[in-house]
Design a protein around this ligand. Structure first.
Ligand SMILES: NC(=O)c1ccc[n+]([C@@H]2O[C@H](COP(=O)([O-])OP(=O)(O)OC[C@H]3O[C@@H](n4cnc5c(N)ncnc54)[C@H](OP(=O)(O)O)[C@@H]3O)[C@@H](O)[C@H]2O)c1
Length: 252
């Protein structure tokens, strides 16, 4: 299938490891111009070498902590430096924030900023440009927890908010040619990941989780998520605004 994204300008926020890394490499293989963001300069430098080998038209990166910077100003700086983005992947997030459901709003605010608000700040710069051009794709990496509402309440609630943002805002944009969507992974394991650690330290927990919650009976791979993201970033997804798509091994 021809995706039609060769040569497009792509930003991957949270690209140094795991799912974001696989996504950056998938766009590299499609011959895109990739700009990658994360905190770890060393991992980004390693990623750059691999991305260029795989065929990226160009690959640039910025080391940044999106929780510590003015995300609106940073997004504007990226455009001034690298040009306008046609495809933006918002991958930063995670459950490793407070798990205290009785915490006050400072913990909840942190979880919300990490999983949604920092990327919404950036989108406030990127989306108007895409709308003006009449084409664009912004894809958030959400989580199937947004639908199951299981696990860490702060995480699940933040991702549920993210899904609602995606659906409601994308409907407003639908006729403009700009698609705002999300992909909701189930449990994905990769070297050094949350689930990968449990396969060694607590295999019983993994077996139990997979047996009860992931019908396919195994963890997903980063590449399986990246493939869905590539499709959503392409022209081929043109009739799919406002969706939150599960890639979750049959969540149950
Ligand atoms: N893995 C799963 O099972 C799973 C399941 C469902 C949903 N998800 C979602 O998928 C996304 C990626 O998950 P993952 O497991 O691949 O996570 P990860 O291994 O923690 O990777 C997150 C990426 O974001 C970057 N990042 C984290 N905090 C940042 C910050 N403050 N500023 C800039 N960059 C930052 C990290 O790089 P640096 O550390 O170098 O900054 C890394 O490149 C998350 O939104 C997560 O909620 C994952």
């Amino acid at each position: 299938m021809e995706l039609g994204i060769k040569g497009k300008n792509v930003l991957v926020v949270g690209a140094s490891k795991g799912i974001g890394r696989a996504i950056a490499l998938a766009f590299a293989e499609e011959g895109c111009n990739v700009v990658a963001l994360a905190r770890s300069m060393q991992l980004l430098e390693e990623l750059k070498k691999e991305a260029l080998q795989k065929g990226a038209a160009s690959f640039e990166y910025e080391s940044v902590d999106i929780m510590e910077c003015d995300a609106v100003a940073f997004a504007q700086m990226l455009i001034d430096k690298y040009g306008e983005f046609e495809i933006v992947i918002q991958n930063v997030g995670g459950s490793l924030v407070s798990r205290n459901h009785l915490a006050d709003s400072s913990d909840w605010s942190h979880a919300l900023r990490f999983n949604a608000l920092a990327s919404i700040d950036m989108n406030s710069v990127f989306l108007p440009i895409m709308i003006k051009k009449g084409w664009g794709r912004v894809i958030h990496i959400s989580s199937i927890s947004a639908q199951t509402l299981r696990g860490n309440p702060l995480y699940a609630s933040s991702k549920a908010f993210l899904n609602a943002y995606v659906t409601t805002v994308s409907r407003q944009l639908a006729s403009s040619g700009v698609l705002l969507t999300s992909v909701m992974p189930g449990a994905v394991a990769f070297k050094g990941s949350y689930w990968d650690n449990f396969t060694v330290t607590d295999p019983k927990r993994c077996e139990d989780y997979l047996g009860h919650h992931q019908a396919i009976g195994r963890f997903g791979t980063c590449e399986e998520i990246a493939d869905v993201v590539l499709f959503m970033a392409s022209e081929r997804s043109s009739f799919m605004p406002a969706v939150n798509i599960g890639a979750d091994g049959g969540s149950m």
